[in-house]
Design a protein around this ligand. Sequence first.
Ligand SMILES: Nc1ncnc2c1ncn2[C@@H]1O[C@H](COP(=O)(O)OP(=O)(O)OP(=O)(O)O)[C@@H](O)[C@H]1O
Length: 333
Amino acid sequence: MSAEPVLRVRNLHAYIGTPRGVVRAVQDVSLDVDRAQALGVVGESGSGKSMMARAIMGRLPARAECSGEVLFKGRDLLSMPRKQRAEIWGKQVAMVFQDPGRSLNPVVRVERQLTEGMRRLLGVGRSEARGRAVGLLREVGVPDPERRLRNYPHELSGGMRQRVMIAIALACEPELLIADEPTTALDVTIQRQILDLLRRVQRDRGMSLVLISHDLAVVAGRTDRVAVMYAGRLAEAGSTRLVFDTPRHRYTHALLEATPTLEHERNTPLRLIPGSLPDPVNPPEGCRFTARCAHADDECRDPGPSMAAVAADHHVACVRPVTGPEGVDLNGR
Ligand SMILES: Nc1ncnc2c1ncn2[C@@H]1O[C@H](COP(=O)(O)OP(=O)(O)OP(=O)(O)O)[C@@H](O)[C@H]1O
């Protein structure tokens, strides 16, 4: 296995012009996605997870500006000629979106949606593409795949549609799959099945996966490493076990406490994080969590702080980090 990460994001910024001013959606984010590994990206709604994914995939809104580096196997997608990067997106890097209802074409049968990419990008012939499509549907757990190929999206359940979306994303055998809240529209049991499917496919194929969710329980047990975002910046990153067992950033800690456990559901009310995200047009200069953090002092309001190592494969951007083991067991959620 090569040591070079499949994706290396360096100092990524994504700013969006709005009538109210410039939204700093992503600010100075650097992270790696290793080969054949799964990285979870977590944070509250509005923390910049989707914009980061969209910047990586070249799908930012029209009025957005992006800077930094997005190195896929060492080559910067942001500075690459348009034609070359269009080939990488879709073929070597694929994405699964939140809502399969909106991503699938309602008037095109499953077969064409599944085979289109492999015929166009891989030059696979019609009958071979059909055979591969059947295999893909089987891989993602769609029963009776031959019959499903003839279906239109509305003839499938929400869970089946999302499985088809995953099959489409896998069709060109990507090396990296980015899944942005892939189960939001589904009920809890189906959510788990789809999330477990993503992890299984990632492992079976030796593919890399970025799994984006506002819910820490979703990435616990399904990722090798995790990056916690807050208000456009990285708060903490490292091995999933280390970050969840010994969270160092006050935000990660608060987020863990606000994640329901079976225990919590039965007994105690959840401890929600008081306050809300700072204004993305005028974020504070220092740590962006300052206004909601019980441990903040003047030093936290100074510009920065930047990510610093607290252990091997564990980095945190916090002046007053949590000390001692204060993790929350998310197993079984
Ligand atoms: N099209 C847009 N135009 C302007 N600002 C936007 C746009 N989309 C998102 N934003 C802003 O960018 C910031 C980051 O949003 P983003 O959608 O990346 O967050 P997120 O963590 O993915 O949240 P969610 O889980 O709700 O999608 C937020 O302040 C959001 O309001």
